[in-house]
Ligand binder design. Structure first.
Ligand SMILES: *Cc1c(COP(=O)(O)O)cnc(C)c1O
Length: 421
């Protein structure tokens, strides 16, 4: 459920007409709903009630500091994958003991930054990383709290680019090698082993792969405890999917996910951490765009938008399907026609949808991409020297620009001309 509904024939973000934001900010832009962000965080938090737990928002899904603050004031922790994201979490006021550092290639500088500022734990993914972290921490007179990310070799049954839990993926250490890797961790003077981490992929629409992975983590907990490791925290990753197509797909609810966690791991007395990203931010954001031209091609009509693949890359990169709706509500009996919906970038890949049934649209009309809040603005670029798409946050009747569109002067002034030119 989200808070983007038609009221009086106009699409609203909570109580604000989307067309009003377009008039104030210009198109294209992303708009997020505070109420939806809060609702989704609370669904996860409630789903784990009764367990000692922390919901760490995976901010790579949408990392604007205003979004992070919205979640942090509800008590969210943060899952970060870079030094930059760590600094964003800090800028949002998240204390270090609620920040988890994930990722397969943390640099020594990033480790130092997080150890200096405070960290809940590092989820380490390899033996060389362990040795580096131990050396960095020891050099600072510290012991770094760690979990080891294990790769449970389960098929997440999701898009190949976002599956991470099979043995051929680059992530984690094979679960079959866990005992020797934990033994090494225990010997390294700069590390303190506190738990186990697993994350098998993104946009999972079935609980079964999670269940298989979590059962393996439960079994491993017993084995590692018998080896003398104090396993007291289980980080179960993120990955729960959202419905991009309304009606067809019904991913499990956070409540069902939480019940499955309690059933598979609740008896172990561990603190439970989860790292949802997409499910918190995905349906909390729209990308709003204006139709520049309607172009009639051979046997097909193109809707040419002012948004492009540089603003929302998911269709080009993951073959993703986004619901695209007119901002002015069509009449209930309005006839639909097929359009190819494209952006202005000079690549055929700059296609958002092919032969999409839409009511008739004209130049100047506004459309909204639904479910664009996660992996949208954060993956935007300035390809074709198109200014980075701005972001807006709505809260009830209020809205605010939370990242402004850069001016062309700002863009051009970033380039530096060397002395010989
Ligand atoms: C990407 C990622 C997440 C979040 O995944 P979602 O599908 O957005 O929930 C969580 N943890 C790790 C380690 C990740 O890489």
């Amino acid at each position: 459920m989200d808070h983007f509904l038609y009221k009086d024939g106009v699409l609203h973000a909570e109580d604000v007409p989307v067309a009003d934001i377009a008039a104030a900010v210009g198109t294209p832009f992303y708009v997020y709903s505070t109420a939806t962000l809060e609702r989704h965080f609370n669904l996860f938090n409630d789903a784990l009630e009764g367990l000692d737990h922390l919901v760490c928002y995976a901010m790579k899904a949408a990392s604007n500091v205003a979004i992070l603050k919205t979640l942090a004031r509800l008590g969210a922790g943060m899952d970060v994958v870079s030094g930059g994201e760590y600094l964003r979490a800090k800028a949002a006021g998240v204390p270090g003991d609620k920040i988890v550092f994930s990722g397969v290639g943390k640099t020594r500088e990033e480790m130092r930054l997080a150890l200096e500022g405070g960290i809940r734990q590092f989820n380490v993914e390899s033996e060389p990383e362990m040795e580096a972290l131990s050396a960095v921490a020891e050099g600072m007179g510290l012991r770094a709290p760690i979990t080891v990310r294990v790769n449970p070799d389960v098929d997440a049954k999701t898009h190949a680019k976002i599956a991470t839990g099979k043995s051929e993926n680059k992530f984690g250490i094979p679960i079959s090698r866990a005992r020797e890797v934990y033994a090494l961790a225990a010997r390294l003077p700069g590390l303190e082993v506190i738990g186990i981490d697993v994350h098998i992929g993104s946009q999972l629409t079935d609980l079964e792969p999670f269940r298989q992975a979590y059962l393996k983590v439960g079994e491993l907990t017993g084995i590692l405890r018998a080896d003398g490791h104090d396993i007291r925290r289980l980080d179960l990753g993120g990955g729960l999917g959202i419905p991009y197509t309304r009606g067809n797909e019904a991913p499990p609810l956070p409540s069902q996910y939480g019940a499955m966690i309690k059933e598979t791991l609740g008896h172990l007395g561990c603190e439970i951490e989860i790292e949802p990203g997409r499910l918190i931010a995905g349906n909390a954001g729209l990308l709003v765009s204006e139709v520049i031209y309607v172009k009639s091609g051979e046997g097909r009509d193109f809707l040419i938008l002012d948004a492009a693949m540089n603003d929302l890359i998911r269709p080009a990169m993951y073959d993703a399907w986004h619901d695209i709706v007119p901002v002015i509500q069509p009449a209930p009996a309005a006839e639909q026609q097929p359009y190819d919906i494209v952006g202005p970038v000079c690549e055929s890949g700059d296609t958002f949808a092919r032969q999409r049934m839409m009511p008739a649209l004209a130049a100047g009309d506004l459309v909204a991409f639904r479910s664009a809040g996660a992996y949208g603005a954060v993956m935007a670029s300035e390809y074709n020297t198109r200014p980075l798409v701005p972001e807006v946050l709505v809260n009830g009747q209020d809205f605010a620009v939370i990242r402004a569109r850069p001016t062309f002067d700002e863009i051009l002034n970033r380039d530096i001309i060397p002395s010989w030119l």
